[in-house]
Design a binder for this molecule. Structure first.
Ligand code: GLP
Length: 242
């Protein structure tokens, strides 16, 4: 695991954008794994800025897979992760919506949605580089503490803490959906390169547990220690407990 303490969120955005661009330059048909949340936004903005300035690579051949999705929001809801990723990144990079995949939260097909999503990822050849944030409780995607380290894409119930953390995107904690579809920890580990970003003091304890603690389902992000190619980018506050 490569742990890279950097001076600011801005430096992290530059470093993350460099990593993504180098993957896409090397492999124009790269498969990118995308995460929601506030953490990757500066990196997404930097990628868009470079794309608009004409200095970035072409994203014409790129395919994307989102990590997770809420269940129970009306289709097209602005806080759905499909809409969020389009708004925050892929529209700005000119990646067509039909090349951006996410777990399908349609209630009628929910039963087989996990297997179908895994089959799509496999058919695309797997994820080349996966963006990851970390929850304040150490969750990855929506794999809450207690998730099996071998878990696959499936339905999960959110903890009260995560619903509280994500309430800022909704009117109130009650409006945050209770259920989600999320890639499993076993699914995430199959990506060829994992790029975890942790910024701010709220992530310091979780980042330390993920990087230096025991590999344990009580800190789902500790599963990263089992992967051969992980880059962890931290700002000073995020690195404070290492
Ligand atoms: C959500 C997402 C995670 C994300 C986490 C942290 O729970 N499912 O993928 O890492 O929030 O979000 P933030 O970056 O806003 O702190």
């Amino acid at each position: 695991m490569e742990v890279v303490p950097l001076g600011s969120a801005r430096e992290i955005a530059m470093a993350a954008a460099d990593i993504i661009e180098s993957v896409v330059r090397r492999k124009p048909a790269a498969v990118l794994g995308l995460a929601t949340g506030s953490t990757p936004l500066p990196a997404y903005q930097e990628l868009i800025r470079r794309h608009e300035a004409g200095t970035g690579p072409s994203y014409d051949g790129v395919t994307c897979f989102n990590l997770d999705e809420y269940v129970g929001l009306p289709p097209g809801h602005e806080q759905s992760y499909r809409a969020t990723i389009a708004r925050e990144l892929t529209d700005g990079l000119g990646i067509s919506p039909d090349r951006v995949n996410g777990p399908d939260p349609d209630l009628d097909g929910l039963q087989g949605a996990g297997e179908r999503y895994e089959a799509l990822i496999a058919a695309a050849g797997g994820v080349d580089v996966q963006f990851l944030g970390i929850g304040s409780d150490g969750h990855l995607a929506f794999n809450e503490p207690g998730s099996s380290l071998a878990s696959r894409t499936r339905i999960k119930t959110l903890t009260e803490q995560t619903r509280k953390d994500n309430a800022r995107f909704f009117g109130s904690p009650q409006e945050v959906p209770t259920h989600v579809l999320t890639q499993g920890l076993g699914t995430i580990l199959e990506a060829r390169h994992l790029l975890l970003i942790a910024t701010g003091e709220g992530k310091a304890a979780a980042a330390a547990a993920a990087v230096e603690g025991p590999v344990s389902a009580s800190c789902p992000a500790s599963v990263l220690q089992l992967h051969p190619h992980v880059t962890v980018l931290l700002d000073p506050a995020g690195a404070a407990r290492l």
